[in-house]
Design a protein around this ligand. Sequence first.
Ligand code: PA5
Length: 465
Amino acid sequence: MIRLDVHNLMAESIGPRGGLTEESLDRCSRKAQERHRWLMELRDRGKLAFFDLPEQREELEKVMELAQRLRPQCTDLVVLGIGGSSLGPKALHSALNPPFYNLLGRGERNGPRIFFPDNVDPEGFAGLLHILDWSGVYFNVISKSGSTAETISQYLIVRGMLEERLGREEAVRRLILTTDPEKGFLRELIRSEGFQGLEIPPGVGGRFSVLTPVGLFPAAMTGISVEEVLEGAREMAVRCRDERFWENPAMVHAATHYLMATEKGRNICVMMPYSDALYDVADWFRQLWAESLGKRFDTQGREVEVGQTPVKALGTTDQHSQVQLYLEGPHDKVIDFIRVERYREDLEIPGLHGDVESVGYLGGHRLSELIQAEGAATEIALANRGRPSCTFLLPQIDPKSVGELLFLLEYSTAISGALYRINPFDQPGVEEGKHLTYGIMGRAGYEEKRKEVEERPSVNPKYVV
Ligand code: PA5
């Protein structure tokens, strides 16, 4: 079971400048409980769709059946999606498949090589297309709206190439479309051309979709036990339903971080796993926290401009890059460590150069001891300087603990949204950018947006160096 240790967020541990007092956390805990009850009421009315994803059966069976059918013939799986339609499956892959997975031989992997281009940089995408094994490549096109320009452009390019190489019928077989059950261009394609389709339940937006076929199908294709991921999420959902503040880790995470931002000016939240495998979880969290909580207006339409800026860092790597700033720079950060008690593989450091004092002490220790010691040291160094941090403790990285962690962070985001009184499930800013892009690219219906771009003041050459 995952634990969350927040003692280094408290004044009694790190002093009054950065630390929370018991009284202020107590007050906020009551507010969080009240918001939690409101969220649970929403859930009872079927309006908190992500919360019930761990219980799903029907779509899970479809995912398993399709993955089982395609795995033997699929050599490469390319996930075409962006934002929430890519970061979740990528986080599951990095956390739960072996390191350097794509470089392993076919017999050493549990499935096809897997790629997440997640961009439309022509060099990057073309580079990927050059190295694919077209004899057995499948593409999973993921888009809730079915109209995101990046994803649809990628779809158009690969469909064209598949048709050219393998013919139309085979091209249709090689594309699996994950999208809204009713609406959008991709759903229309499934209906009209018979593509294999998977559903993102209504009411679940991109960044909350990792436990839908968005995350589960690519994971199942590479042999990850998606049932265990969901089991972990289910167990966390039980903890997250608890009204008792100190029994509910999502409530504790949300309330402490809300106070950090609103009372302590900690407007940056750094997620720092001491594990390469969890770095992409930090990347996934970055989107979840930023896009959900970064809002201009509250639900009453008042201008509030809230949201902590999430940053990802990696232990120990960033101890030699970022930690100097975290220790001595502006008092504007709270650090969320993720620590792992047991690593899946370990190495002993041999006792060579025992006579060299600066090297010999390492001999006989294990790398896991070194990374643990460095994590503990960073935590203590921060605390000594009054810098707040908390720690998620995973007994080990496995499908269950990852399912727990993802669900905890999702529900913390929902409670945080309720504490700020903003809507964590929309993204009006992102939509604005999408619409301007449509205008620039000449999509019908977006002429006003094009005009808006054209009417921007022309660039003053004085400001171009
Ligand atoms: O979380 C979100 O809603 C966004 O990041 C979307 O996932 C992203 O914009 C892609 O949208 P879509 O899945 O509709 O293509």
